[in-house]
Design a protein around this ligand. Structure first.
Ligand SMILES: Nc1ncnc2c1ncn2[C@@H]1O[C@H](COP(=O)(O)OP(=O)(O)OP(=O)(O)O)[C@@H](O)[C@H]1O
Ligand SMILES: [Mg+2]
Length: 143
């Protein structure tokens, strides 16, 4: 998910382009203004932490772009491309390492496991929004 700062800073295309070029397949995408109740469920694991209230304000502060990317080891590949949660510690060449400075404005969210990906997809998408197709370069991406 490109977070509200990423949308306002016109980084949506850059983020999509990086994942596309890596070889991941985009099977769902939409711009969405997350309602507070969905945000609270989305980030439920962080309830009670010192940054929770500001995190809910941040993620509901403007539209986000939600995406579902498919591919081998997609979760770990995406997490590596995002970089560390605190952008000050994120490696150059990662999205956060190239475009962010502060954990409260770190441009992108990515699911941290297959189980959380399933949970988050269910929270943000309807089944009919997930599109099954084959990339024309599929044979050139996976042996
Ligand atoms: N110390 C902090 N100060 C401010 N915001 C924070 C802090 N720690 C985490 N956050 C915010 O909460 C989000 C969720 O924290 P989490 O530990 O799940 O990091 P993440 O998995 O790298 O990020 P995300 O879940 O958004 O993909 C972070 O992306 C960041 O926006
Ligand atoms: Mg997380």
């Amino acid at each position: 998910m490109v977070k509200p700062d990423g949308v306002q800073r016109a980084l949506v295309g850059e983020v999509i382009s990086r994942f596309e070029k890596r070889g991941l397949k985009l099977i769902a995408v939409k711009i969405y203004r997350i309602p507070t109740d969905i945000a609270e469920r989305f980030y439920g694991e962080h309830k009670g932490k010192h940054f929770y209230d500001s995190l809910i304000r941040y993620i509901t502060s403007g539209p986000v772009v939600c995406m579902v990317w498919e591919g081998e080891e997609a979760v770990s590949v995406v997490r590596a491309m995002m970089g560390k949660t605190n952008p000050a510690e994120a490696a150059a060449g990662t999205i956060r390492g190239d475009f962010a400075l502060h954990p409260g404005r770190n441009v992108i969210h990515g699911s941290d496991s297959e189980a959380s990906a399933k949970r988050e997809i269910n929270l943000l998408f309807n089944d009919y929004e997930l599109i099954d197709y084959k990339r024309i370069d599929a044979e050139w991406l996976v042996e």
